[in-house]
Ligand binder design. Sequence first.
Ligand code: SF4
Ligand code: SF4
Length: 730
Amino acid sequence: MLRIIIGLVLTAVAAALAGRRLWYLYRLARTGQPAPERIEAVRAHPARDAGTQATEVFGQRKLLQWTVPGVAHFLTFWGFIILLLTIIEAYGDLFSKTFAIPGIGHWAWVGFIEDLFAVGVLVGIITFAVIRLRADPEREGRRSRFFGSHTGAAWLVLFLIFLVIATLLISRGAQINTGDFPYAHGAFASQIVGHWLAPAGLAANKVLETAFILAQLAVILGFGVFVTYSKHLHIALAPVNVLFSRRPNGLGALQPMRSGGKVLDFEEADPDSDIFGRGKIEDFTWKGMLDMATCTECGRCQSQCPAWATGKPLSPKMLILDLRDHALATAPYLLAGSDEAREKLPEAVKAEAARPLVGDQAANGVIDPDVLWSCTNCGACVQECPVDIEHIDHISDMRRHQVLIESAFPTEASSMLKNLENKGDPWGMGEARRMEWADGLGFEVPVVDGPIGDDVEYLFWVGCAGALEDRARKTTRAVAELLHTAGVSFAVLGPAETCTGDPARRMGNEFVYSMLAQQNIETLNEAGARKIVASCPHCFNTLANEYPQLGGNYEVMHHTQLLARLVSEGKLTPVTPIEEKITYHDPCFLGRHNRVFTAPREIMEQVPGVRAQEMHRCKERGFCCGAGGARMWMEERIGKRINTERIDEALGTGPDTISTGCPYCLVMLGDAVSAKKASGEASATLEVVDVAQLLARSVRSPATAGTPAPGPAGPDGPAGAGQPGPDKAG
Ligand code: SF4
Ligand code: SF4
């Protein structure tokens, strides 16, 4: 009877403590803004979400991207699910020493599986311990993914898990010796422990059985309570967070600005009552708060972040943790029902609630502006996060508030925003120069004037860089030449094309973005555009993923996808060998954000003579060039330059040429290569080119391959000798 009372009292106390904490956290999340679109999405796609739970939660797909910690987590996760059976058995044992789970409680394979996973959990936590020791943040500093995590709590949890398994095996071993164990065979680990305990005799084993069953329950219940107060809350929250996360993930499109659960209409928005981005912790939605509570502090995001890797203060993990710490510290203020109740709160709580969400050290901000503006929107954090936290959405929402309400953003980006508003391109060169890239081509490029005819298959979206920036113009010319050679009918918008608005949106200026986007959608719809090929991944992403939010629905592809298809269909045949070692740099908005990894590689494979050499960080783990997230128009004052870091990695492959598929990358990597050439660290012949340029060079016959085509002047004046034919010399 005593053991029943002890067991039930322990359970009641633990349930009360954990339940109180969970209720508190639930109420805190409810102080966030509504997010009806998340609930609607789950209601609308139950089968899809069940599949996601199966692969992400039960299949541990993202965790297994890192093999060793992934397998360790898989064993621990499934160990705890299987060991739920042993918890049922422990509770049953309180009431009957010979308890067995009805129906299956004497099947040998159940005992075997229970022991197998108990050992699996032990293997898992030993692996975790070794990983943590090897990546000790005290020793490794910023290189450790655990830098900035609460490592003390993590060690305590590992110890608690060890105690769960140790008490389980000792109680089961004693049960074998007392004859109370339900499984005659199969429970191999329990039998080993029973063998060790047998010399103590029957009486001692009876005491051990009772003591360790109670100890096991106490440890499990204590663990359960601790979980609700620690980062290990992810055990309960991860499936919920995954369920309500964006599908397929938080990459690709940015979300529209929402206030009170509705998409903000700038024409009707009221600055006094509407929320513009996130300016205070309670401006985050409940899903945002769920993100904060779910972070496991694993540091996978931090380990892949180009800003963090190059010495900047931004760590996606610490950004989420800082928001979480602030939300928890402000919770009494947010949950106080009245001004009177808030007045009575401790001064420390009131001071925390008064902190600006974004502000420098002097302003005691929760997030430093250098943290907020260091993000390149590369998506590595979202890609890696095993619990589907949407870092880019949170960063963009905070930027939106800074730009639209506080007018606080890096001043050097203001001319880009003004140029977009007044001239429709980031450089302020204007529509009149948008067709200069086509000067000197040996064929006419049709410019849309009215509805697109049935004889035109593709609208070629040139993009601002493709039309106006010297190096990117070479890609544009190469793509046009290749389409022409393949007999693909295409047309361009020419002066009617304006910036997609991507740089403004990624800066946080949703107002300028929507103005430009609406203008483009109107132009495209009037022209009747359906199939669009874009040469800039940022344009590609905006046209394909973001314009549908405003009613612009088109079939969009990147030029590498179309060119790869034309090669495979035999409409383009690379003939001229390019005897070079080439390393391909994945543009973030082409690769990670839109999962176009194979098309550029397929093109390179078809070019005779090319020896492709992957960089260590490639495909899903590709490393940013530093230009995304509107960083192209901001100074990079802190740490090592991201483009230099990338080029250092590229140089490690000993390349003759570096290829890519994005005008931003072309410029950023080209600048870094120029600096390396100047310092003698790179060969004078090393070049950065678009994959389309390589293909165009090879598609030309050997007789013409080296002949530079005449070309136009670039934005900074004449572009140099022979520019900009799609050949290596040009
Ligand atoms: S999007 Fe890229 S730069 Fe921004 S926080 Fe994530 S990993 Fe870092
Ligand atoms: S945000 Fe995701 S990847 Fe980063 S530490 Fe938290 S759980 Fe890990």
